[in-house]
Ligand binder design. Structure first.
Ligand code: NAD
Length: 493
């Protein structure tokens, strides 16, 4: 495999198409949009179809036509195809990582990690194809059996954000296929490139035509007709809370199912510990991986006053180890932000934090010298003296900004941790078993981690509460609740 930059030079500037009914198709208007390299602002990576309602309709029709046959395919066969797909992802992981890093900006190690995770989730989903269990009930009438079955939902719309362009669509497509659904997938406009390879590898694995379709284009332009289409039975959406709320409103009015994975403002509560360095490592890695552009990023440290100085120092020590830079540089540990918009949002929040009276004790500067002038780079930022009613403590920034909030005791820590509209992930650090149990029970979140950062696993349900999520948790067996619907059969014999 050539090195990253050589590979990229040979790839840039091509035009890519929608994937509908097993064919590459230009959009109905022939118009395209370009995507840029976040590490080299002016570099166009490729041109993608600016699709319209007509393209969405074609894709949904194709998925609808493919549904009967695919849903009747024995689960073992569907699972075998997914296993093959997982093998292909693994086989092509180097080149997939290049594509992913080129369009998203994350460093190669993170891209490889993301692909590895997609492989694991696909393999788990493949097994689920044979675990769609139903149940039988004792009958209240002689000679009638009563059975509850779970049938594939139908055509599913998959809509993903730009931060994990490989694992997020696969987190939707793999279970959809395992449970017998067909898919129309819309990637984020910033990162549609990896999806092209995903379609190619699904096809190579043996996914029949029409079972998975790709339509690229603007959020509302493609998203609205996709969500509203009468043949789409469910929408699996990952993205911002504001867009998710709009999708849910529309879907509810049409009685469609939704699986929504939304924003977060995830706390790490630090009560007591043996090793401050360990706690800081866990927090910094969970806060700044993917340059803080993860829904489960830790963005607040809620720490007891007596521990705060030690923890702030330990965090600063860890921050000094971060090397911001392009994915092409093996020394880089975090990449640029995905776009100018994302850089501007981050800097706006750094300024808001300063205006609100918080102390910026580390980073927060846009990096502009030398190689940095070519991309959207910012130094990871650490604020101390942050109060609950500040915007940096309550709004999702989705960038490399971490806030430290001091509290008097565990009771206040719990109140502060829960004092946001989000409820995705949380960490709590304590050696006290009863405090650990109390925080596990009372932190308002979908996923809670005791004594480690917000890292989830590939077979365990994943999701949020409050304004962080709605519908069945994704990953793991809870996907069955979204991708299937119930049918009860009474059978007289
Ligand atoms: P976004 O909501 O702007 O966009 C997400 C997707 O929705 C994109 O594909 C976009 O084109 C599409 N979209 C936009 N408007 C639409 C509409 N009207 N109808 C249908 N689709 C539409 O989010 P983003 O900026 O791409 O991603 C960042 C957000 O995603 C953050 O809030 C982050 O927390 C969230 N996120 C959540 C999870 C999770 O699992 N909870 C994971 C990753 C990201």
């Amino acid at each position: 495999m050539p090195i990253f930059n050589e590979w990229l030079d040979g790839q840039v500037g091509k035009t890519y198409f929608n994937f509908i009914n097993g064919e590459w198709a230009s959009g109905s208007t022939g118009e395209t949009f370009e995507i840029f390299n976040p590490a080299k602002k002016g570099q166009v990576l490729g041109y993608f179809q600016a699709s319209t309602e007509e393209d969405v309709n074609q894709a949904v029709q194709a998925a609808h036509q493919a549904f009967k046959s695919w849903s009747e395919e024995p689960g073992a066969n569907r699972g075998a195809i997914l296993m093959k797909f997982a093998d292909l992802l693994e086989l092509h992981s180097e080149e997939l990582a290049f594509t992913l890093s080129a369009e998203q900006g994350k460093v190669l190690a993170e891209s490889k990690g993301e692909i590895g995770r997609a492989v694991k989730e696909t393999r788990f989903a493949a097994g689920e194809a044979l675990r769609v269990e139903g149940s039988t009930y004792p009958s209240e009438v002689r000679n009638i059996s009563t059975t509850v079955m779970h049938r594939p939902l139908g055509v599913v719309a998959a809509i993903a954000p730009w931060n994990f362009p490989i694992v997020t669509p696969i987190r939707k497509i793999a279970p959809a296929l395992a449970y017998g659904c067909t898919v129309v997938y819309k990637p984020a406009s910033e990162t549609p490139w990896s999806s092209i390879r995903i379609m190619e590898l699904l096809t190579e694995a043996g996914v029949p035509k029409g079972v998975v379709n790709l339509v690229t284009g603007g959020g509302a332009k493609v998203g609205n007709p996709l969500i509203s289409h009468p043949l789409v039975k469910g929408i699996s959406f990952t993205g911002s809370t504001s867009v998710g709320l709009g999708i849910n409103e529309k879907a509810a009015s049409l009685l469609k199912k939704t699986q929504l994975e939304l924003g977060g403002k995830n706390p790490a509560v630090v009560l007591d510990y043996e090793d401050a360095e360990y706690v800081a490592k866990q927090i910094v890695s969970a806060a700044f991986a993917c340059s803080g552009q993860r829904c489960t990023s830790i963005s607040r440290v809620v720490v007891l006053k007596e521990k705060s100085e030690e923890i702030i120092q330990a965090i600063q020590k860890e921050l000094k180890k971060i090397k911001v830079g392009p994915a092409s540089d093996p020394e880089s540990t975090i990449g640029p932000l995905v776009s100018e918009d994302q850089l501007n949002t981050t800097i706006d929040y750094v300024n808001i934090g300063k205006e609100e009276g918080a102390q910026l004790v580390y980073g927060g500067e846009v990096l502009t010298d030398g190689k940095f002038s070519e991309g959207y780079y910012v130094e990871p930022a650490l604020f101390t003296g942050v109060l609950s009613d500040m915007r940096i403590a309550s709004e999702e920034i989705f960038g490399p900004v971490l806030s430290v909030q001091e509290v008097e005791d565990a009771k206040e820590a719990l109140r502060v941790a829960n004092n946001v509209k989000y409820g995705l992930a949380a960490s709590v650090f304590t050696r006290d078993l009863s405090l650990a149990y109390q925080f596990v029970n009372e932190l308002e979140c979908g996923m809670v981690h005791v004594n480690h950062g917000t890292a989830s696993q590939a077979h365990v349900p994943f999701g949020g509460v409050k304004e962080s999520g709605f519908g069945a948790f994704s990953i793991g067996k809870t996907n069955k609740d979204f991708f299937t619907e119930m049918k009860v059969a009474y059978l007289q014999y």
